[in-house]
Design a protein around this ligand. Structure first.
Ligand code: SF4
Length: 349
């Protein structure tokens, strides 16, 4: 069995307070795994790398009340630990007065907050009443701690008309000025996300080129700065018709095996590679019943239905089967190929 250069494993121990309409990880029930389960997962993968990283979440960070202890345990079980991401729990931020001090003690200086438009639409997309107010309250709490809020907005034909409400919120809260007052870097960006998981249901209202002209100036400029791009099409990708034309003769295949993989372990110990939505056809096996060696063998052999299809079916076949040559929806190429691959596998499972 190969020893991986590094291996990262993320265990969905207690899930997420939200059920976002765009969530690429899917709308699944929360689990209630224990720290012994976390130790078990780490022990399973330990023999297969000398550079292991273990995380106790892949949906909502710091959702469990023992988040500080679990962070320490993950560090103890890991050879290396990525510093805390800019992803935080605004659910916790408004309920736990010690949380943002702890976040700051982890070195976090920018924290991401996700909106979908104004209050009603954001609450609907998060599937939780009060989410918008919690987001706005968290922005203020972050500023008090001199942590810069970073505003992310998911855009489709339904959320697009509400982008001016997001701009207004940014202006009313004076986020750029208040960040500048402590030397923080305010940023905001819009994007469509990948068309998988729950977000695949938004294919019908996916962004097309004329929508990009409707993105208001502040958000358009800050989006370009955030992604380091010159134009919005650079951010949103090509039209589906252009992708179909370019890829309909493409005979290449896709190998998703890498030397430094990231794996997701769900509340039932099923394991998935971190490529796209954790659908059944990406499942590598179960840690309790199969063990890590069998799971990793499935991964290395591309033996899950999705990896097998990606490795053996030329790109042109996916495009000819499920591409829409009349569509002006905008996609990045790799996201688009995963969208087609998921459709291919779903139809055959
Ligand atoms: S997108 Fe994030 S916050 Fe929303 S449901 Fe998915 S994991 Fe939870």
């Amino acid at each position: 069995m190969t020893s991986f250069k590094s291996l990262t494993v993320c265990l969905d121990m207690c899930g997420c307070p939200n059920r976002c309409a765009h969530c690429w990880l899917g709308a699944v029930p929360n689990g209630s795994l224990t720290t012994d389960d976390l130790r078990f997962v780490a022990e399973q993968f330990r023999p297969f790398t000398s550079s292991l990283e273990v995380a106790d979440w892949y949906r909502e960070p710091d959702f469990h009340d023992d988040y500080k202890e679990r962070w320490e345990l993950c560090a103890a079980l890991s050879d290396r630990q990525t510093p805390h991401f800019e992803l935080i729990s605004y659910w916790r931020a408004v309920r736990d007065s010690t949380y943002l001090d702890w976040i700051k003690s982890q070195g976090v200086r920018t924290a991401q907050l996700t909106f979908f438009g104004g209050e009603a639409l954001t609450d609907r997309y998060v599937s939780r009443r009060g989410a918008y107010r919690e987001l706005v309250e968290t922005a203020g709490l972050l500023l008090e701690k001199e942590i810069a809020p970073r505003i992310q907005v998911f855009v489709n034909k339904e959320t697009l008309p509400e982008l001016p409400l997001v701009e207004r919120m940014i202006e009313e809260l004076r986020l750029p000025e208040r960040c500048a007052a402590f030397g923080g870097a305010f940023s905001a960006f819009v994007h469509a996300g990948s068309c998988d998981g729950e977000n695949e249901k938004h294919y019908g209202i996916w962004v097309t080129p004329e929508d990009l002209e409707k993105i208001p100036p502040l958000l358009a400029q800050s989006t370009l700065r955030h992604f380091g791009e010159k134009t919005l099409p650079d951010v949103f990708g090509e039209t589906e018709s252009a992708l179909c034309a370019r890829l309909s003769e493409d005979g290449s295949t896709q190998n998703y095996v890498e030397d430094a993989p990231v794996f997701y372990v769900d509340r039932n110990f099923d394991v998935y590679p971190n490529i796209t939505a954790p659908a059944p056809f990406w499942r590598l096996g179960n840690l309790r019943t199969d063990g890590a060696e069998a799971v990793l063998r499935t991964y290395l052999d591309s033996a899950s239905p999705a990896q097998h299809a990606a490795l053996t079916v030329p790109v042109r076949e996916f495009v000819r089967a499920y591409g829409n040559p009349d569509s002006e929806r905008l996609f990045g190429q790799s996201d688009y190929l995963e969208f087609l691959l998921n459709r291919w596998c779903r139809e055959r499972s």
